[in-house]
Design a protein around this ligand. Sequence first.
Ligand SMILES: [Zn+2]
Length: 192
Amino acid sequence: MLVTDLNHFAGLPDDTPGPARRLAAHLHDIVRAATAGDAGTAWETALPCRRRPGNRPCPGRMIVLRTEARAPIRWQCSVCDDEGVISNWEDSAFDLRRQRLALAEPVSEIVIPDAVAAALRGLQLLDTDCERLVFAIRGRDGHAIIAATDDDLAELIGFVAAEANNEPSRRRQQRLDAAFDALSTAAQAPGS
Ligand SMILES: [Zn+2]
């Protein structure tokens, strides 16, 4: 059980060693997911496990549970025994809880490849609503499921297009183009 306090991972200096930086990024993603998705129930995110048993990535996904404010966020891998708790996540830069109630609009569930979910998590320019959408993506049977209204989807596609246009790295641009295609196809699909 990895017991962590998010305050200890805030503002890490530039010369922080790679493993500590990767752990911080992992914990930040878990807090984003746990605060973007439902509270009071454990659910499987699209976040990959950080472990590499036998030098192969663990195929598990992070299962997160957030109960009430002031209680630590609990997380565990869906495959291996990696698990932990994170305290002092409230009101951090990674706390994506809604500040006000949202109107209930019809939501479509769209299946996207894991690589697309990862590309969406890497977007730098997202507003908080779109960031919440991206970190609420669920893992299911090796796929990722995004739940979005038509308006959410249109907004997210706009962010992906803008970032793809300005992306200097050819490899990252290809990943963003693939994400753009996957979301655009879903947005045009009948019934979505
Ligand atoms: Zn694992």
